[in-house]
Design a protein around this ligand. Sequence first.
Ligand SMILES: Nc1ncnc2c1ncn2[C@@H]1O[C@H](COP(=O)(O)OP(=O)(O)OP(=O)(O)O)[C@@H](O)[C@H]1O
Length: 237
Amino acid sequence: MIHLSNVHKSFGSAAVLQGVTLDIEQGQSLVLIGASGSGKSVLLKCILGLETPDSGTITVDGKPANPPQFLDRFGMLFQGAALFDSLPVWENVAFRALQTGQERPMAKKRAIEKLDRVGLSAKVADQFPSDLSGGMRKRAGLARAIFSDPDIIFFDEPTTGLDPIRANTINTLIRGVVDEIGATTLTITHDLTSVDAIADKVAMLKDGKIIWQGVPDELRASSNPDVDAFVTGRAAP
Ligand SMILES: Nc1ncnc2c1ncn2[C@@H]1O[C@H](COP(=O)(O)OP(=O)(O)OP(=O)(O)O)[C@@H](O)[C@H]1O
């Protein structure tokens, strides 16, 4: 379980997180929504240890999120997939394992298995990211995120840049692999179809705080004007 309690983070005079309290239960898929600039990425960076909160606590299974140990337990799908163009796809998928000394033949075999799981053939393993379409790159990024069957997976805008059909395919894949692994996940998105496909629980960030939480069905029924604005795509009054 990931627990955030009263997390604050400012940059100069800009108070971005102003007391975020949030629980992600074991095996739960939480989707974080909120307007551009509301601090979703900053929150994710605080959990990953890439930013240090000014105050408040973040724990994983009751222990302070300790990045070096924690890194072994999590997978991450970055916005835009963030593949290294100079490396073949399989080396991207197995990147962390290769960095930590796993033998190349074993790592490649596992990378090919994971590529297969996300619908990419073994032939793709030896291609380079520049050979792939946007949807294939996302799949390769997903294969990398699940390479080590992590306990926790973070998805940062997983459908950005994809057309609705490919976005839907990625959403379905994400939900399928997350269920298989039983991972706890946090997804940041602007995409309502991702919320519907991926979320067990939804939380909305605004003015530095979590202003609404609920299950996806409650999202549409909510009378909260900010939630309504997200659902309808209209600006909040
Ligand atoms: N390292 C930094 N230094 C200064 N300001 C920062 C830094 N990182 C983020 N910010 C500011 O914090 C605010 C929140 O940014 P963040 O990227 O978390 O928003 P977001 O909700 O993820 O937006 P989007 O949906 O557009 O990705 C923004 O005003 C941003 O300029």
